[in-house]
Write a protein that binds this ligand. Structure first.
Ligand SMILES: [Zn+2]
Ligand SMILES: [Zn+2]
Length: 398
C-alpha cells in the first residue's frame, strides 16, 4: 500500500537537519575520482548506523553497495556518484572545499547525501512495515571521466554477485541548475550524448616542395580526409538523427620547402543513438583509409569510445513521471525536450537494465539562474535534498 504523502514527508523532515550536516561535510572534503576514501567511509558509517546491510571496497576500492530486502522479487537500484572535480572553489560559503584545487562542482555531494537520506528513510520504513521490493543503493566512484559505473557493474553490483538479488531497474538523478527548485524532469530515449574521440595518422612520402611528383603528400591527402569526413553527417547518417563529427586538430610539416612524410589529426564525435555511433566509427575508418590510399598514402585510425549515450527506457520514464506527478503535481514535472550533449556514466547501467535518469531542479525561487555545473561558484542547493530523497523513496515504495 503506498504510503501517505504526509507521513513520508514527515519522516524525511526528521532526518533532514542531520543530512544537511553530512552534505556540508562532504562538500568541505571533496575527493577526486577513485580517491573517494573519506566519502566512502562516511557512506559506510551512515548505512551501518541505519541498519542497511552493505559491501564496500568495490570499483577500485571506494564503491559501496547497500541493500534492504523487500517482499517482491523485482529489485530496484538507486544510484549516486561520489567524486569531485579538479577545480579551485571560488565560493565563500562556510563549508567551502578544504582541499585546494578540488571541489564538488558537479553536486555529487548532493547526490550522495540524497541517497544516504533515501537509505535512512527506507530503512526506518522497512523496520516498521517492510518494503514492497528489494532496494539496492549504488554508491559509485569516478563519474567524472573515470567510468566508475562500468567498474561497479564489472564487480557485480547489478547481477546479484555482491549483495541482494539481481537489479531489475535503475534510477539515478542529477541536480540541474537549468530548472527551478521543486521541479523534476526527464525524457524517454536518449537523455545524454556519447562522446568519443579519434586520432588519424596519414603517412606518405616526403619530398622537396618543388618536386612533389617524387613523393606522396600527406597534407593534401589529409585535407581530402577532413573534407570527406563531413559527408558522414550529410550523406551517411539519417537527417533525423543527431551527430557531430569535428576535426579539431591538424598538424604536419616543419618548413616552407619540405613536403612532410606524415600528417596527424584528431577530433571528437557526439552521438545519441548506439547504432549511429557504430556507423560513425566504421565510416571514419573507411573514409580515412580509403581516401588516403587514393592519394598514395596510408592512414591509421585510433577511435576511442568515451561514455555511451544515456538512453532512458520508455516505460521507466513513465514510472518516473507518474510517481513524480502524484507526489509533486503535474506542473512540477518537466519534459526535457532536447537531449543534453554532455555525457554521464549512468549510461552503463542503462545498457544493462531498463533505467531512467532524471534531473532535479536547483534554481531557487526568485533567482533567474545559478552557477552552472563545473563552474567554480557552483554549490548544490540544500533545498533540493528533500525532493530528491522523496523521489527515490517513492520509486522504491511504488
Ligand atoms: Zn560533472
Ligand atoms: Zn555530475
Amino acid at each position: 500500500m503506498p504510503l501517505a504523502t504526509d507521513s513520508l514527508q514527515a519522516i524525511i523532515r526528521e532526518e533532514l537537519a542531520d543530512l544537511l550536516v553530512i552534505r556540508h561535510d562532504l562538500h568541505a572534503h571533496p575527493e577526486l575520482a577513485y580517491q573517494e576514501k573519506r566519502t566512502s567511509g562516511v557512506v559506510q558509517d551512515q548505512l551501518a548506523k541505519a541498519g542497511v546491510e552493505l559491501r564496500a571496497g568495490l570499483a577500485g576500492g571506494t564503491g559501496v553497495l547497500g541493500h534492504l530486502p523487500g517482499r517482491d522479487e523485482h529489485a530496484i537500484g538507486l544510484r549516486a556518484d561520489m567524486d569531485a572535480l579538479p577545480i579551485h572553489e571560488a565560493t565563500d560559503i562556510e563549508y567551502r572545499s578544504r582541499h585546494d584545487g578540488v571541489m564538488h562542482a558537479c553536486g555529487h555531494d548532493g547526490h550522495t547525501t540524497i541517497l544516504i537520506g533515501a537509505a535512512r528513510v527506507l530503512a526506518r520504513l522497512a523496520e516498521s512495515d517492510g518494503l514492497p521490493r528489494p532496494v539496492t543503493f549504488v554508491f559509485q566512484p569516478a563519474e567524472e571521466g573515470g567510468a566508475g559505473a562500468e567498474k561497479m557493474i564489472q564487480d557485480g553490483c547489478l547481477d546479484g554477485g555482491v549483495l541482494g538479488p539481481p537489479i531489475n531497474e535503475m534510477f539515478g538523478l542529477h541536480g540541474w541548475p537549468r530548472i527551478g527548485l521543486g521541479k523534476v524532469g526527464s525524457r524517454p530515449g536518449p537523455m545524454l550524448a556519447a562522446a568519443d574521440s579519434f586520432d588519424i595518422t596519414i603517412t606518405g612520402v616526403g619530398s622537396h616542395a618543388a618536386w612533389p611528383q617524387v613523393g606522396h603528400d600527406p597534407v593534401v591527402a589529409g585535407a581530402a580526409v577532413v573534407n570527406a569526413l563531413q559527408t558522414i553527417a550529410s550523406r551517411n547518417v539519417s537527417t533525423l538523427e543527431s551527430v557531430v563529427v569535428s576535426v579539431t586538430r591538424f598538424q604536419a610539416g616543419s618548413a616552407y620547402n619540405i613536403i612532410p612524410d606524415q600528417a596527424t589529426m584528431a577530433g571528437t564525435v557526439r552521438t545519441l543513438m548506439p547504432d549511429v555511433q557504430d556507423q560513425v566509427e566504421k565510416r571514419i575508418d573507411e573514409i580515412a583509409t580509403g581516401v588516403a590510399k587514393a592519394y598514395g598514402c596510408r592512414a591509421t585510425v585510433d577511435y576511442v569510445r568515451g561514455y555511451p549515450s544515456t538512453v532512458n527506457d520508455i516505460e521507466k520514464v513513465e514510472v518516473f513521471r507518474s510517481v513524480a506527478q502524484e507526489a509533486f503535481g503535474a506542473e512540477q514535472v518537466v519534459d526535457i525536450e532536447q537531449p543534453v550533449m554532455g555525457g554521464e556514466d549512468f549510461a552503463y547501467y542503462a545498457q544493462k537494465v531498463p533505467a531512467c535518469f532524471f534531473v532535479l531542479g536547483l534554481i531557487p525561487q526568485g533567482a533567474e539562474a545559478v552557477p552552472d555545473l563545473h563552474q567554480p561558484l557552483f554549490d548544490f542547493n540544500d533545498d533540493a535534498i528533500e525532493q530528491g530523497i522523496e523521489m527515490f523513496c517513492r520509486l522504491a515504495l511504488r
